[in-house]
Design a protein around this ligand. Structure first.
Ligand code: 2PG
Ligand code: MG
Length: 386
C-alpha cells in the first residue's frame, strides 16, 4: 500500500526548451519522480496544462501534501481519490505527473512493473508510428509542407525490428531530401523529423518507394480559419468540400494507411463522411477528441472516427484515460497512445501504452526523449519473452 509522505514539484525544460512540471513524491519505500510533456498544436478542447500557471500549481501541490498522506493507495482505481482531492485546483500536466509518480511508487511497492498496475494480463504489443518528415507548427522553416507529420508505420515482428526499420528509412530519406529538396539542410524539427521545403505531395512521393505503411497527421485545425483550409505551399484555399476531395485523393493515390485530424476539430460531420468512405483506413481523431470521454462519445455516436489518439496530458486524469480506452475498445476504435511535440525523458508512456493494450504508440523516431519511450517498450518485450 502506498502512503504518500510528501509531495514536491519543480519546473524543468522539455525538448523544446519550454518549461514543464516534474513531480516527486516520497513514500515509505523511496522517492518517485515523473514529468509531463507540452503540446504545441493543441486542441481547443484540451484541459489546461496548469490551473493558472506552473508556479501556481507547484505551490498548490505543496498545500495539498498533508491530504495526500491520509490516503492509502493500493490499486490503479485508487488514483480517483487523489483526483478528487486536487480536482479543479491544478492543471492536466500537474495531475498527470503526480499520478504517474504514484503509479511508479505502487509498482515498486508491489515489486511489479508500472504496466502491470494497469493490467497485469497485458501481452499484445503496439505498433510504432514514427514521424519521419515534418511541417506545420512543429517546423521552423519558412517554406514547408502544410501538414504536420509524415509517419512511418512499420509492421515487423517486434518493436525492436520496427524501431530499426524506421531509423533506417529515416536515414535514407535524408539522402532523398538532399537530392530532391534544394533548400534541405538536414535540420530536424520539434519532434526530430526532417524539415523540408517540399509540399505534401512531393513528400509522399519521396516516401512511397519505401513500401511501408504511411500515415499523415494533417493537424488541419492549425491552418483552418473562417471556414477555409489555408494552404501556403502552394498558396491556396480549400473549403470543406475541396478539403474532403483533396484528402480522399491523397488516400487513394498514396494508399495511405493512417490519417489523423484531416478536418477542423469541430467538424465531426466531415470526419464521419471520410470514415464511411474509407472504412479500411485508420481515420484518427486527436484535436477532435482530445482524450475526453464526452468528445469521444460524440465521435462514436456520429461515427466520426475508427481510431483515436490518447495523450494523457490532454485530460490529465488517468482514470479518465482509462474510461476513454474502455469506451474505444467497446466500439472497436483503435487506440494510439502518443507523445507531445515538447517531450521530457519520462518513459511512463510506454508502460501506459502497453498496460492499456493500445494498438499503436506514436512517439517519433529519434531524439533521446522519444528513444527512452521506445527503448522502454523494447525492454518490456524482452522481459516478457524470457
Ligand atoms: C500531435 C502532437 C504530437 P502536439 O498533434 O499529434 O505529435 O503534437 O504535441 O504539438 O499537440
Ligand atoms: Mg495530432
Amino acid at each position: 500500500m502506498v502512503v504518500i509522505r510528501s509531495v514536491s514539484a519543480k519546473s524543468i525544460f522539455d525538448s523544446r526548451k519550454e518549461k514543464t512540471i516534474e513531480v516527486s513524491i516520497k513514500t515509505n519505500v523511496g522517492e518517485f519522480k515523473a514529468s509531463a510533456p507540452n503540446g504545441k498544436s493543441k486542441g481547443k478542447h484540451e484541459a489546461k496544462s496548469y490551473k493558472k500557471n506552473l508556479l501556481g500549481d507547484i505551490e498548490t501541490l505543496k498545500k495539498f501534501s498533508d491530504y495526500f498522506s491520509m490516503e492509502n493507495i493500493d490499486f490503479f482505481d485508487d488514483l480517483k481519490r487523489i483526483e478528487d482531492i486536487v480536482s479543479g485546483n491544478v492543471g492536466a500536466n500537474t495531475l498527470f505527473a503526480l499520478e504517474s509518480a504514484i503509479l511508479k511508487a505502487m509498482a515498486k511497492e508491489k515489486k511489479k512493473e508500472v504496466w502491470e498496475i494497469v493490467d497485469s494480463k497485458a501481452r499484445k504489443f503496439p505498433r510504432l508510428v514514427g514521424n519521419c518528415i515534418g511541417g506545420g507548427k512543429h517546423s521552423g522553416n519558412e517554406k514547408k509542407p502544410d501538414f504536420q507529420e509524415f509517419l512511418l508505420i512499420p509492421n515487423e515482428k517486434s518493436t525492436k525490428e520496427n524501431f530499426e526499420l524506421m531509423k533506417k528509412i529515416k536515414e535514407k530519406v535524408e539522402q532523398d531530401l538532399k537530392e530532391f529538396d534544394e533548400k534541405f539542410k538536414s535540420i530536424k524539427n520539434d519532434e526530430y523529423a526532417w524539415e523540408t521545403s517540399l509540399n505534401e505531395k512531393e513528400v509522399l512521393d519521396v516516401l512511397l518507394k519505401y513500401e511501408i505503411p504511411l500515415g499523415l497527421d494533417i493537424a488541419a485545425s492549425s491552418f483552418y480559419s473562417r471556414k477555409k483550409y489555408l494552404y501556403k505551399n502552394p498558396m491556396l484555399k480549400r473549403d470543406s468540400g475541396e478539403q474532403f476531395r483533396y484528402i480522399s485523393n491523397l488516400i487513394e493515390n498514396f494508399d495511405l494507411f493512417y490519417i489523423e485530424d484531416p478536418f477542423d476539430e469541430e467538424d465531426f460531420e466531415d470526419f464521419s463522411k471520410l470514415t464511411k468512405k474509407f472504412a479500411n483506413k485508420l481515420i484518427v481523431g486527436d484535436d477532435l477528441t482530445v482524450t475526453n470521454p464526452e468528445r469521444l462519445e460524440k465521435a462514436i455516436k456520429m461515427k466520426s472516427i475508427n481510431a483515436l489518439i490518447v495523450k494523457p496530458n490532454q485530460i490529465g486524469n488517468l482514470t479518465e484515460v482509462k474510461t476513454v480506452c474502455e469506451l474505444a475498445k467497446k466500439y472497436g476504435i483503435k487506440i494510439i497512445f502518443s507523445h507531445r511535440s515538447g517531450e521530457t525523458n519520462e518513459d511512463i508512456l510506454a508502460d501506459l501504452t502497453f498496460g492499456f493494450q493500445a494498438d499503436f504508440l506514436k512517439c517519433g523516431i529519434a531524439g533521446k526523449e522519444r528513444e527512452v519511450k521506445i527503448k522502454r517498450l523494447i525492454e518490456i518485450e524482452k522481459d516478457l519473452a524470457r
